[in-house]
Design a protein around this ligand. Structure first.
Ligand code: OGA
Ligand code: MN
Length: 200
């Protein structure tokens, strides 16, 4: 298959600089409207397949209440996004020698009242997750709808990131963060750029 290119509009040098200085960065207007529409359609047409993220291997936790669907090759539209993130991973490897080899991703849906309490995606570097990349794909978001990503950067400064449509929040997976309670349905693709490869 032909390698997927990074969109020409992505500010790669800025992203590298932000990650270096702060451990996080943002890409706004990530994709063309026609592709965004297809992504939203693929997500919303599969919503009935989403499962409680709080239940993993039969164990219930109360730190999150969102619903997720892991991506695979059958979800062709969102898979292009995963391949784009793979191309970004190659750029980040050149800059930081992160050894990114793979991208894993799931759709996430937070209905009104749902949240994800403070956590790290890679506590104490215990798993291969290097960079977290959250793409917001609802078609509207107002500042008073809650659902903000609250993130502590590598210099211990806290940031509030609005889940604006067509935005990607990129951050080191070892940083502390939480998703505040959403007041409206909040849709996203959460992905991790990993330094190991999963057994498929
Ligand atoms: C996660 C997460 C942040 C967000 O899924 O691990 O922290 O803004 N998501 O959805
Ligand atoms: Mn997280």
């Amino acid at each position: 298959m032909e390698a997927v290119q990074l969109p020409a509009t992505w500010p790669v040098d800025q992203i590298i600089d932000d990650l270096d200085q702060h451990g996080f960065s943002m890409i706004d207007n990530a994709y063309a409207p026609s592709y965004v529409e297809q992504l939203i359609a693929e997500c919303t047409s599969n919503l009935e397949r989403f499962r409680d993220a709080a239940i993993q291997n039969g164990v219930v936790s109360n730190i999150r209440s969102d619903h997720i669907l892991w991506l695979n090759e059958d979800l062709e539209i969102s898979n292009q996004h995963v391949q784009t993130l793979q191309a970004l991973g190659h750029e980040l490897n050149r800059a930081f020698f992160l050894g990114i080899k793979d991208v894993e991703a799931h759709f996430a849906c937070y209905n009104a009242g749902e949240f994800y309490a403070l956590h790290r995606d890679n506590p104490q570097g215990k798993n291969g997750r290097m960079i977290s990349a959250v793409y917001y794909l609802h078609d509207d978001w107002q500042d008073n709808w809650g659902g903000e990503l609250h993130l502590q950067d590598k210099n211990d400064q806290w940031h509030i990131i609005q889940p604006k449509p067509n935005r990607i929040a990129l951050f080191q997976s070892d940083l502390m963060h939480e998703v505040l309670k959403a007041k409206h349905q909040r849709l996203s693709i959460t992905a991790w750029l990993r330094s190991d490869t999963r057994l498929l």
